[in-house]
Design a protein. Structure first.
Length: 461
């Protein structure tokens, strides 16, 4: 098999020559600031009013800030990344908070079938709702965000989580203004039904390993899953005769009012979309080593496509010990430090403004703590960052110090596209010693847009 070379841009951390500490105290105090605020916004697309939250960090009056549109995963996942009341990981709300900490505006909204937006114009005809409608909704939100008075329209990025990553890719292809970057966090990296089938096969294998079914039963059910997927793609009702009730219910749900949505999203290959991105688009792709929804090996074809499409940026980053919801299961109330580090590297790539990097514990290092660290401590923090996979360039600062990024053009390193987590070099890859995290498939892939709660496969969880 030919060896594919992956170019990975190396982040650069610099000690700023101009720090807040070099300015007279009176000048710092005189700068008028506007406090942080959440602004409820609405916009209309396809006859439906969409509701969202625009978070504006504290900033100087008249300042133009970078911004990010946050897009949620599958099913009835709302603007905060929740499917209440059963699932409330607050994934997008946490991302918005992390971005705000670094002075980045964010917009997140209730997509069709969720929150205040609901089904809108599709309420009486949910069977007509398709994936392109969600892309149009996201594209409208992107243009709205770029037009906000506090936003630098040349520094607007897209970040999609799980299925939202595919929506982000599709918006980025023709985004106006051109996007400053695309973040694909634990993405839908293959066709929808291929991912669903792989998840089901993995659950069947786990059931055999746990002694819950025989090898012959696994083979029989596996063939039934493959036949149902083939039926679905051939526009036939899926044959569920050889399936247990829970699995049969799943495929019958796919064949219900959401069939058009499933058919239209399954028709899209994320790899093919990646090749359509504008050249030199900065891209981040993450996967977690304990994410059963999107195992890291599943993202390799997408990572290769992004490389061959001549994108740039951090590229693929493996998040050691991180689950699908971007957390460490040992501390699920906050984003994992590895997630925060990857997010910071992505936002710093090509940025003209200083965004503080974080150390291996997720603690901001640089402008947010510049008054509290000495030159020696700053150098030590930079060495800590270097151990996480970044190349560090240091230059002396003035009376105080800060760390920001300004990756020079052409600063790259190369590594083979991996065949397993142990070979990935652009993030820590030590095996996790935390608790096993095996959330149900229904959390991210099975729930359909108009459902009030996800379908469950209780026989194999």
């Amino acid at each position: 098999m030919p060896r594919t070379v992956r170019r990975i841009t190396v982040g650069t951390v610099m000690l700023g020559t101009i720090a807040a500490g070099t300015l007279p105290a009176t000048a710092v105090q005189a700068m008028p600031t506007t406090p942080a605020t959440d602004r409820e916004i609405t916009f209309t697309v396809d006859g439906t009013t969409t509701y969202g939250t625009l978070h504006i960090p504290a900033h100087r009056r008249g300042q133009k800030m970078p911004a990010v549109l946050l897009l949620p995963g599958s099913g009835p996942t709302d603007r905060n990344g929740d499917q209440p009341p059963a699932l409330t990981p607050h994934t997008l709300a946490k991302l918005a908070g992390a971005l705000a900490h670094d002075g980045v505006v964010s917009l997140r909204f209730d997509k069709y079938g969720t929150g205040r937006t609901g089904l809108g114009a599709y309420a009486g005809r949910p069977e007509t709702l398709d994936h392109p409608a969600f892309v149009r909704q996201a594209a409208t939100a992107y243009r709205l965000l770029a037009g906000q008075p506090e936003v630098n329209r040349r520094a607007v990025r897209l970040i999609g989580h799980s299925e939202g990553a595919l929506t982000a890719l599709r918006v980025a292809v023709a985004a106006e203004p051109r996007t400053a970057g695309v973040g694909l966090l634990q993405p839908l990296a293959k066709r929808f039904l291929d991912v669903l089938a792989q998840q089901l096969h993995d659950q069947l294998a786990a059931a055999v390993a746990a002694g819950q079914m025989s090898r012959q039963e696994q083979l029989t059910l596996g063939r039934a899953v493959d036949r149902a997927v083939a039926d679905f793609r051939a526009h036939r009702p899926p044959d569920t005769s050889a399936m247990p009730p829970a699995l049969a219910d799943l495929f019958r749900a796919l064949d219900g009012p959401s069939r058009r949505y499933v058919e239209t999203i399954d028709a899209i290959d994320p790899v093919a979309v990646a090749y359509q991105l504008p050249r030199r688009t900065p891209v981040l792709l993450t996967c977690g080593t304990i994410d059963p929804q999107v195992p890291c090996h599943m993202t390799t074809p997408l990572a290769v496509a992004l490389e061959q499409a001549h994108t740039r940026g951090p590229g693929r980053i493996v998040l050691s010990g991180v689950a699908h919801d971007l957390t460490d299961p040992a501390n699920p109330d906050v984003l994992a430090p590895a997630t925060l580090d990857a997010l910071g590297r992505f936002m710093r790539y090509g940025a003209r403004t200083c965004i503080a990097p974080r150390n291996h514990q997720g603690v901001p290092v640089g402008r947010n703590v510049r008054r509290a660290i000495s030159p020696a401590a700053t150098a030590a923090a930079a060495q800590t960052l270097n151990r996480t996979g970044q190349a560090i360039a240091l230059s002396a600062g003035g009376g105080s110090n800060t760390i920001c990024s300004a990756p020079p053009a052409g600063t790259t390193r190369t590594a083979s596209v991996p065949t397993g987590p142990e070979r990935w070099v652009n993030a820590p890859t030590a095996p996790s010693t935390g608790p096993k995290h095996t959330p149900a498939i229904s959390q991210y892939w099975v729930a359909l847009p108009h459902q009030t709660s996800p379908s469950k496969i209780t026989s194999t969880q």
